[in-house]
Ligand binder design. Structure first.
Ligand code: HEM
Length: 530
């Protein structure tokens, strides 16, 4: 068959397949259930004509007004059920988490980059994921973070502060310094090592993987038949293949180094060392997350899961990506926010000065004396999450929720906005107001499942690195405000500060701020402070 004829036949076959598939899905809705509302899809492209290139939050707002807080859209062959109400999101993530805690199978990320879902973040819900999660959790408890990683955080944050001090005569965009700070911090925590070469390799790998992580990316998920055309598949997944090759090379060396280090010192304390000691790794077995996670695996729960080396490397890789990308989002935002709100800085500095007397840095033991700092971190996470929706979830079996039929393997997208900007939950939902998290005595309010930021997720699949992430955020912002006033750039003619447009910062547009040393702060003093 000629190639164009082959393509045409394939295209035609795909139309028929999608058409019949849609009909089949419609007829499968059980009696008494309501079909999910949503814009009418066209054959093959679904709702792409209405949602492609539209910011996710914009179409969520638009369709929610029309169809309510639960609706579906079709990204080509992919169906997303969108939840845009915090009570519903909580129901699904917490009360019905046994059904809603899987991840959709994404061609570039799951199949190519993570070798068929061999990782914690992209594995299906089930036996494999539970075993991954247990190993990770052990290495990231509050206690482990404070005992094992706090010193590393202290050292790396102090180095960052020295960089900021050395640039204190200018206004600058801190993104590059922050990126390398986060990579160095992650590699030191994960593997007990850092170097410029390593940072550059990771930087390259992350920039490739970042191209495929956006929820709306994934042409092959929208048009699955494309993957049967070899050169098209290779081209569409080029970032995933490149990132995978870089990761394999990188982690192979890191694993060799780690094994060598453990021979020399079995008390090696890095995250990877801890995981390697607790993970049952065999060279004979090849785990297959999808097959290994089949339902009815309860009897197997007590048996220790057997992993392979790729699982180990991909677990560490997931942590690297998860920590570097999400934390960078936070840090790109927080300095702009603080520069625009000097009054919040003064309140934080007052409590830092009272607690530390200007001659040391804070430690986890000081946490209770720093409520305004904690409230500011929470409020900045509430005001800006870095993406409109949580990481995609997926259903493990059919469910009927509020009368709607939601079949197994449906992709579930949950919007942060419904909780973060709810007038029912917040006095000033659209303002930066750290007092949202303080009680009448100025103390941090007790954790509240609805009002606390949803930025780390909720339920079984919530961020497993939250303790580490929060320790890092609080330490970095606390150290910075102990040493500096974060100021807006000045207009060179009038000398007036230029207030930043936070909407542009939110869209990751570059901006500049100044880190102006506070009275008495010198390089020598920073070097001496512990
Ligand atoms: C500001 C920093 C961070 C934010 C905002 C953040 C946020 C999130 C969110 C929203 C999820 C998905 C929750 C869900 O699907 O319901 C997640 C998952 C995850 N995070 Fe984080 N994270 C941060 C830092 C970290 C760090 C430092 C680590 C590692 C040490 C980490 C490791 C992970 C992992 C492994 C998962 C996947 C969990 C799973 O699928 O079971 N994160 N994170």
């Amino acid at each position: 068959m000629e190639f164009p004829t082959f393509l045409f036949t394939l295209f035609f076959a795909a139309i028929i397949y999608v058409f019949f598939n849609n009909q089949r899905k419609k007829s499968k809705i059980p009696n008494g259930c309501i079909p999910l509302p949503g814009p009418t899809p066209l054959p093959i492209i679904g709702n792409l004509h209405q949602i492609n290139n539209v910011p996710i939050q914009d179409f969520i707002d638009k369709f929610s007004n029309e169809y309510g807080p639960i609706f579906q859209v079709h990204y080509g062959a992919e169906t997303w059920v969108i939840l845009n109400d915090y009570e519903i999101v909580k129901d699904v993530l917490v009360k019905r988490s046994a059904i809603y805690s899987s991840r959709p199978y994404n061609d570039a990320t799951t199949r190519v980059y993570f070798d068929g879902g061999k990782s914690i973040g992209f594995s299906p819900y089930g036996k494999y994921w539970r075993a991954m999660r247990a190993v990770s959790h052990q290495a990231l408890t509050q206690k482990m973070v404070n005992i094992n990683y706090r010193d590393i955080i202290h050292t790396e944050v102090k180095n960052l502060m020295i960089k900021f001090y050395n640039r204190s005569s200018e206004s600058f965009n801190p993104t590059d310094d922050l990126r390398f700070f986060l990579i160095n911090l992650s590699t030191t925590i994960l593997f007990g090592q850092k170097s410029e070469k390593l940072s550059l390799q990771i930087e390259q790998m992350i920039s490739e993987i970042a191209q495929i992580l956006r929820p709306e990316n994934g042409t092959i998920d929208k048009f699955p038949w494309l993957k049967y055309i070899p050169f098209v598949e290779k081209r569409l997944n080029r970032h995933a293949y490149k990132a995978r090759d870089l990761a394999r090379e990188l982690f192979k060396h890191l694993l060799e180094d780690l094994r060598q280090k453990l021979k020399e010192n079995e008390n090696e304390n890095s995250f990877a060392a801890h995981v390697l000691k607790n993970m049952n790794i065999s060279s004979d077995i090849v785990s297959k997350p999808y097959e290994d996670s089949l339902e009815n695996d309860d009897d197997e729960l007590k048996k220790q899961f057997v992993f392979d080396e790729v699982d180990f490397m991909n677990l560490n890789n997931s942590f690297l990506i998860a920590s570097a990308i999400t934390s960078l989002n936070f840090f790109q935002w927080i300095w702009a926010l603080l520069a625009n709100y000097p009054e919040a800085q003064r309140k934080i500095q007052k409590e830092l000065d009272e607690c530390l007397q200007g001659n040391r840095f804070q430690t986890p033991q000081d946490d209770l004396k720093l409520p305004y700092l904690w409230a500011t971190i929470k409020e900045s996470l509430r005001c800006r999450t870095g993406s409109s929706t949580l990481m995609k979830h997926s259903t493990t079996k059919d469910d009927v929720y509020r009368g709607y039929y939601i079949p197994a393997k449906t992709t579930i997208m949950m919007s942060y906005k419904s909780a973060h900007t709810s007038e029912k939950l917040f006095e000033r939902p659209n303002e930066f107001y750290p007092e949202h998290y303080l009680d009448e005595n100025g103390q941090l309010k007790k954790y509240d499942d609805l009002r606390d930021p949803w930025t780390f997720g909720r339920g079984r699949r919530a961020c497993v690195g939250q303790n580490l992430a929060e320790r890092n955020l609080i330490t970095t912002v606390g150290y910075a405000l102990t040493l500096f006033n974060v100021e807006n750039d000045y207009d060179s003619i009038t000398g007036n500060p230029i207030k930043l447009d936070l909407k542009r910062v939110d869209k990751r547009q570059p901006y500049k701020v100044r880190f102006v040393p506070r009275p008495g702060v010198t390089l020598e003093k920073i070097m001496q402070m512990n």
